[in-house]
Design a protein around this ligand. Structure first.
Ligand SMILES: Cc1cc2nc3c(=O)[nH]c(=O)nc-3n(C[C@H](O)[C@H](O)[C@H](O)COP(=O)(O)OP(=O)(O)OC[C@H]3O[C@@H](n4cnc5c(N)ncnc54)[C@H](O)[C@@H]3O)c2cc1C
Length: 370
């Protein structure tokens, strides 16, 4: 058996654990200092913008496409194995376009997606009004509708991944941080023999660092700092007496990068802000505090395209920190330089929920190929 230790039990670490649990050659342990989905994953809206994103080639598109292809079967598998329901929305994403000059770019994306075998519709405002009568379309020049893109509740997904992986033999050790690594230097390339918490040692043939923002400290400890910075995001939850618009058509709506996420039974998420640290933020970034004015701006932006939201009651507000790589592109899925058995699966920034299934398959394939 090949022993794999995964550090981090957000959506990325949990997805890797589950995919590896499907391969009989792996014996998998996951270590996290907190319960599953306590980091960035627990704050996410779970909007998976694949076909509707402007990435059309290279690694970033391939990962998106791989995730979109994996997601339907993954959710069905997890619900069947665990008996848990995972809130998800397969009615697509409708993005409102307010600037006529952007339409040629959308038409060009539509043509590329058609060649790739995907669907992207461009609706005139009358068609948007027909499908979504609850929207104010005063400034809308078109609606870009992507039926294949989806949304999934990130916390429920992570918990189901953990439950399914547990049933398939993965062991989860939660509640204590990884504080050190036992490194063997008896060969040309050093390797990690074990991952250590204050009270336990986990022997490893492979180590996967899926620790989100915690990856910086872990890689500093290994002398190969992979620096990630926090980008704060706030969201809110709203309750209305009933679902807005057409009860049979409740896609995720996006206008000016503000998502309106239907959850059923009159509940909606609205978000999220994108708040970069300022020069006065302490170096570790974790003292970042949400700015009320920025959440208010997001709320006003949502009200502008969906005035009926004003009839609802805000029942929750929250924030989280997105792990953004510094000086390299997101996400970071590669071996840790200088070690022959440590992989990084981190730095997913704004797309960790979207990219978790593809990240897991990428790591699985690399570990299977030694
Ligand atoms: C408001 C908001 C909205 C978002 N919306 C979306 C969205 O719509 N779609 C999308 O795809 N993405 C979205 N994201 C981004 C997404 O949340 C992240 O990209 C994703 O959650 C990253 O997952 P992760 O598993 O890598 O990190 P995390 O969820 O942060 O998990 C890392 C885990 O590592 C653990 N850890 C760290 N250090 C140690 C250590 N030393 N020892 C043990 N454990 C350790 C932590 O406790 C944590 O549980 C959003 C983020 C925010 C904040």
């Amino acid at each position: 058996m090949t022993r794999v230790v995964i550090v981090g039990c957000g959506v990325v670490g949990a997805a890797i654990a589950y995919e590896l649990s499907l391969c009989p050659e792996f014996e998998v342990v996951v270590v996290d200092r907190q319960p599953p989905a306590s980091g960035s994953s627990g704050a996410a809206l779970g909007v998976a913008m694949g076909v509707i994103s402007h990435k059309v080639q290279g690694r970033n598109w391939q990962l998106r496409e791989q995730s979109l292809l994996r997601y339907p079967a993954l959710i069905a598998e997890l619900e069947a194995i665990t008996g848990q329901q995972i809130q998800h929305n397969t009615q697509g994403i409708l993005s409102l376009c307010f600037v006529a000059e952007e339409l040629p770019r959308w038409r060009s994306l539509q043509a590329i997606r058609q060649q790739q075998g995907h669907t992207l519709d461009i609706w005139p405002p009358e068609q948007v009004a027909h499908h979504c009568p609850h929207l104010n379309l005063t400034n809308t020049v078109a609606g870009i509708y992507s039926p294949q893109d989806l949304q999934v509740n990130p916390t429920q997904l992570t918990q189901a991944l953990v439950a399914a992986a547990t049933l398939r033999g993965v062991r989860f050790h939660l509640g204590k941080p990884v504080v050190a690594f036992k490194i063997a230097t008896d060969s040309a390339a050093p390797y990690c023999r074990a991952v250590l918490t204050s009270s336990q040692s986990f022997e490893a043939d492979w180590v996967v660092l899926a620790a989100g923002l915690g990856t910086t400290a872990l890689t500093e400890n290994l002398g190969q700092a992979t620096v990630l910075g926090p980008v704060l995001g706030q969201g809110l939850k709203l309750h209305l007496a009933q679902n807005l618009g057409n009860p049979d058509f409740q896609p995720v709506i996006n206008g000016n990068d503000i998502h309106l996420v239907p959850l059923g039974a009159g509940d909606y998420w609205v978000g999220a802000t994108v708040e970069f640290p300022t020069v006065s933020t302490p170096a570790d970034g974790f003292a970042l505090q949400p700015e009320a004015a920025l959440l208010e701006a997001v709320w006003q932006g949502a009200l502008a395209y969906c005035p009926a939201l004003a009839q609802g009651t805000i029942i929750d507000r929250w924030f989280g920190l997105r792990p953004r790589p510094q000086a390299q592109a997101a996400p970071v899925i590669k071996p840790l330089e200088g070690y022959r058995n440590i992989w990084l699966a981190t730095g997913h920034y704004r797309n960790g929920v979207l990219l978790a299934p593809a990240t897991a398959l990428t790591i699985r394939d690399h570990l299977l190929n030694g």
